[in-house]
Design a binder for this molecule. Structure first.
Ligand code: BGC
Length: 406
């Protein structure tokens, strides 16, 4: 099975999860308050990006997805830090020198403290503020990158922050007697209180994230009309088995979690980034092996996810897909099955242009800290030593063949 010529192959990271040394965003603040694990120097990728890109190159990658930390670029409202802009320009330069095409994400979950403390996404002018930051970055970096995602997983963000109370600002919703989210260690640690009105903040944030993308899209196009702009959408695959009600339920969930948001922004998209990790089968009896996250291992459903999104008629790229697998015993096969399914979708007519494994290296898995390991590269957090995992070579072979050997 062959992939199209010029297919983008790589892996993804996100600033807060790998860079280290970020103290002025809402997650660092929450860590200081003891509500989430502290991130500290993480993988020190901020200083070691060249070494990490050398490894990506050695692994055959020709593209790389990473994110820019808003709090670094705009540490105070309306004030941009030219030194940090220069830093990310150097990152882009380093990618260019290694022939790695950049896919830049402008926001991957973390907010500058001044923004979160003044209301965050619930601020009335949040979309305009975000758009100003986005257009500044693209104006400054547009000569070095063409592909930009405004937002990473807006729906996952809205649910984790304002329904489950697992992420800052820790708002947990209550629907009459029902508390949303898990009764586990996470809610105890975050101290989120379930409140009826949080459901309305959730709706507000979800809508603001649609407005934010639309506003940013239009502002970016004014400064760099050639920029290719996407949203990175997490698509949980819902499927029904057996009775008709299960199919119906799967359709409703697809609408609520994916189509509703994409419909709101469909006319402001040049391409779509897809993140795929999980599936839910209503009425399903099949047993699955589980990843270290406790998620079912079902990489081949990425085919269905891609086919569901062909309705938007946009080029797509897999912005993230992968698994936590500390001993690397399943990752190679998982990558093989996942990329094969992407290949099948392309054969069936889907316009998929790239694939980024999550993640290039182990990193800070949000409220779960550093324990879960998604990386093609293992990180020793004591010494910061990088070790390439065997599965990275399975991926390398696929990339070098630009195809799958059955
Ligand atoms: C997020 C990443 C995260 C990964 C694994 C995605 O939802 O974009 O930041 O690390 O999933 O949970």
């Amino acid at each position: 099975m062959k992939f199209p010529k010029h297919f983008y192959w790589g892996a993804a990271t996100a600033s807060y999860q790998v860079e280290g040394g970020i103290e002025n965003n809402d997650w660092a603040q929450a860590a200081r308050e003891g509500r989430v694990p502290s991130c500290g120097r993480a993988c020190d990728h901020y200083n070691r990006y060249e070494e990490d890109f050398d490894i990506a190159r050695e692994l055959g990658h020709n593209a790389h997805r990473f994110s820019i930390e808003w709090a670094r670029i705009e540490p105070k409202e309306g004030q941009f830090d030219q030194k940090e802009i220069e830093h990310y320009r150097q990152v882009l330069q380093a990618l260019k020198e290694r022939n790695l095409t950049p896919f830049v994400t402008l926001w991957h979950f973390t907010l500058p403290v001044w923004f979160s403390e003044s209301g965050g996404w619930q601020r009335k002018d949040a979309p305009e503020i975000f758009a100003r930051y986005c257009s500044k970055v693209v104006a400054e970096m547009g000569d070095l990158a063409t592909h930009y995602a405004t937002l990473n997983e807006p729906n996952v963000y809205a649910t984790h922050t304002n329904l489950y109370g697992a992420w800052p600002p820790f708002k947990r919703a209550r629907l009459f007697w029902l508390k949303v989210g898990k009764e586990d260690g996470t809610s105890e640690m975050t101290g989120a209180k379930a409140r009826f009105w949080h459901f309305f903040s959730y709706l507000k944030v979800a809508n603001q994230l649609a407005r934010a993308h639309r506003t940013a899209y239009n502002e970016i196009k004014l400064v760099r009309p050639e920029a290719q702009i996407s949203v990175v959408k997490h698509v949980h695959y819902f499927h029904g088995n057996g009775g008709r009600q299960n199919f119906l339920l799967a359709k409703i969930m697809f609408y609520l979690q994916t189509a509703r948001y994409l419909n709101q922004i469909a006319d402001c998209l040049d391409e779509i980034g897809i993140n795929y990790y999980r599936n839910t089968g209503y009425g399903e009896t099949q047993e699955y092996k589980l990843t270290d996250m406790g998620w079912k291992m079902a990489p081949a459903f990425i085919y269905e996810v891609i086919m569901q999104l062909t309705r938007y008629g946009k080029p797509m790229y897999i912005a993230e897909a992968g698994l936590a697998d500390q001993d690397d015993s399943d990752r190679g096969l998982y990558i093989w099955a996942q990329t094969r399914a992407v290949g099948r979708a392309i054969e069936a007519g889907a316009d998929v242009r790239g694939h980024f494994y999550w993640s290039l290296m182990d990193n800070y898995e949000w409220s779960l800290g550093f324990e879960k390991q998604f990386g093609l590269i293992h990180i020793n957090y004591q010494t910061l030593e990088r070790t390439i995992r065997p599965s990275a070579y399975v991926y390398k072979e696929i990339i070098e063949n630009n195809g799958i050997v059955e």
